[in-house]
Write a protein of this length. Sequence first.
Length: 278
Amino acid sequence: AAKQAGRCGYRLFGPEMIASISKRDSLEAALRAALSHDELILHYQPIVDIRSGVVVCVEALVRWKHPTQGLLLPHQFLPVAEETGLIVPLGGWVIRRACRDASRWPDGLPVAVNLSAAQLTSPELISTITSALEASGLSADRLEIEVTESALLADRDAALAALHNIRDLGASVSLDDFGTGYSSLTHLKAFKFSRIKIDRAFIEDLTREADSMAIVSALAGLARGLNMISIAEGVETDSQLAVLRAAGVAFGQGDLFGRPCPTAELRLTRQMAAVRSA
Ligand code: C2E
Ligand code: MG
Ligand code: MG
Ligand code: MG
């Protein structure tokens, strides 16, 4: 038993493990400081009505202006924020900032905000959203919350209750990254999402693979049948756009329409020149 414990001890505290633990600890400390030093920023990316070219919404995407490492993307720091629980205060900051920014945009353009699983089931979520709406003066129907299916897996009842509470506030809820991970049509029956975002993986192959085309058309039809809006993620080319149009997908988001950028650089005119009405 002693020998086994020793082996376990070695495994637990091996050099790579210590390196990765201390790396994570320092990242956590830096991220905590970033929150209080105003190093987080939001970039915004337009979501466009594929038929008219009108911008219908703008998605907030968090970045970390790291003092030495430059601009960090979510995959470089959100996993640590999620492991350490920092995602709750971080996500609260995102909600407040997004509501504040959106309240200054023209045309009553809505803003979409991503939520992690831990945020969704956090007891403070609803009061965070309520006070962000109040402080900014943004009307609740201009706030769209995006959740992935994985957020519904851990504590499904609590997650569904939270989604209902969000909708009761007057905000809407979209299902993000649909078609990857733990996809199940059950989730579409369990909650009346406003929008289904079709994962970029299917859009990438759209013009090369008949299978992806069939899947995207089917998802667009499914969304229509459920009275939900379909959104294609990661639209990069005109030929993808043409296929999406033919497939009846309602909205699109991606570099073709505009990369994520700071709010000042975002051309907040509802008509996007990038959309050719082919
Ligand atoms: P998401 O919600 O699915 O956001 C779309 C991601 O696709 C963004 O990556 C965006 O920059 C990227 N993207 C958009 N158009 C294109 C395109 O045409 N081509 C390619 N290759 N990529 C495109 P980003 O900003 O790195 O964010 C990654 C993920 O991090 C988001 O995926 C979302 O799940 C999460 N995230 C971002 N901001 C927040 C936040 O404030 N809170 C939480 N909880 N999660 C966030
Ligand atoms: Mg999203
Ligand atoms: Mg997505
Ligand atoms: Mg994604």
